[in-house]
Design a protein around this ligand. Structure first.
Ligand code: SF4
Length: 364
């Protein structure tokens, strides 16, 4: 019983990052970036594996120098999830990363240097079937564009993006995606709206440097919510000053909230009041922690009393509604004979959810 989405996706071309399709109606992929030192191979591999376990479709990794690229060679052999190499300025690092099997290059062609360097990176990407991500960021906007517009504007960001896009167009290379990010929500949203009209390639969306878990989640949810509801965005990253695993969780929660993509449990829980018959807040938070391993999409409503419980259960796969001493259990909106003891509700609900998920998995 999952929400339908009423969003008309912007039409775009398709690229592949490894086996992950981006654009042209492909599921919106969720990505993050490692924050270990890339030269610390063990920590980086562990973090990439953790990210993949949390649902990351793609992982980006910074390659700031030759040592990092050599470490990348070993890392790449030890992980499955597609890797994007984040490279600034030095075209030789991009060529080496391509040799070591990178799945996408994040490099802005306008920053590589002279024409022959740009051409060598683009030709290499073409030969090896590696897409490029153009990534414009308000924090590193070109000086001349900054001067021209005097302040950060959506048009200024667009002009920067189009400079890089025009270079790839001139070289007849169309396997790219573009991001155009700022930390200001409306600046970012407006810039993406302009870009979406200008090019056909897929868009990587995000609010950059969004802040801590709380404020960054809110900014990202507003910005990405606006864009996604307009059909803009083919892959996303939530930028948080936090463990990158949180970025993946928030990314999926944004997609879940919009009914775009489901992964794991969608909890519906009331805010609680003095009518609650069991501890709703503790129940939902404990179960969210305990059931992180569940990938199958399922809606579970946890509601403190009969005021809203039966109604929410109607649109949930499983539901509990608080009553005196024992609580009512619902499956697909239908009240069951079984009841949960309010003192054991967490364990009983966990077992019930796991049973239901295993039945769903067997029938799928
Ligand atoms: S569902 Fe019941 S317990 Fe929950 S907030 Fe509403 S009235 Fe209070």
């Amino acid at each position: 019983m999952h929400k339908k989405t009423y969003i008309n996706r912007r039409k775009s071309t398709r690229i592949y990052i490894g086996k992950v399709p981006i654009g042209n109606g492909a599921p919106i992929s969720v990505q993050s970036m490692t924050n270990t030192r890339t030269t610390d191979v063990i920590s980086t591999v562990n973090q990439i594996k953790e990210l993949e376990k949390s649902g990351a479709d793609i992982v980006r990794i910074a390659l700031p120098n030759k040592e990092a690229v050599e470490a990348f060679k070993i890392i790449k052999q030890q992980v499955n999830v597609p890797l994007v190499a984040d490279i600034h300025f030095d075209y030789r690092l991009a060529l080496q990363a391509a040799k070591y099997g990178v799945d996408c290059l994040r490099i802005n062609p306008g920053n590589i240097g002279n024409e022959s360097r740009i051409r060598s990176v683009v030709d290499c990407a073409r030969d090896k079937n590696i897409p490029i991500r153009i990534g414009v960021n308000a924090g590193s906007l070109e000086q001349d564009i900054r001067k021209k517009y005097n302040k950060l504007t959506p048009i200024a960001l667009l002009e920067s993006a189009m400079r890089h896009v025009d270079i790839l167009d001139r070289l007849n290379f169309d396997q790219f995606k573009v991001s155009i990010k700022a930390s200001d929500v409306f600046l970012t949203v407006h810039a993406y709206r302009l870009l979406a009209k200008k090019i056909d390639q897929p868009l990587h969306i995000g609010i950059t440097e969004a802040g801590s878990i709380r404020s960054g989640t809110i900014k990202s949810a507003i910005g990405l919510g606006l864009l996604l509801s307009e059909g803009i965005g083919d892959t996303l990253r939530i930028s948080l000053a936090a463990d990158p695993i949180e970025e993946i969780k928030v990314g999926f929660d944004v997609l879940k909230a919009l009914g775009i993509r489901q992964r794991g449990i969608n909890f519906i829980a009331c805010p609680t009041c003095s009518r609650q018959e069991f501890d709703v807040i503790n129940t939902v938070n404990t179960l969210e922690q305990r059931l992180q391993d569940i990938v199958s999409p399922i809606d579970v409503s946890i509601i403190g009393c009969v005021v809203n419980g039966p109604g929410e259960a109607l649109s949930s796969t499983l539901g509990v509604t608080g009553s005196y001493h024992t609580s009512s259990v619902y499956e697909n909106g239908v009240r069951q004979k079984e009841r949960f003891n309010n003192n054991k509700i967490i364990d009983q609900l966990e077992a019930k959810i796991r049973d239901k998920v295993s039945v769903i998995n067997k029938t799928n």
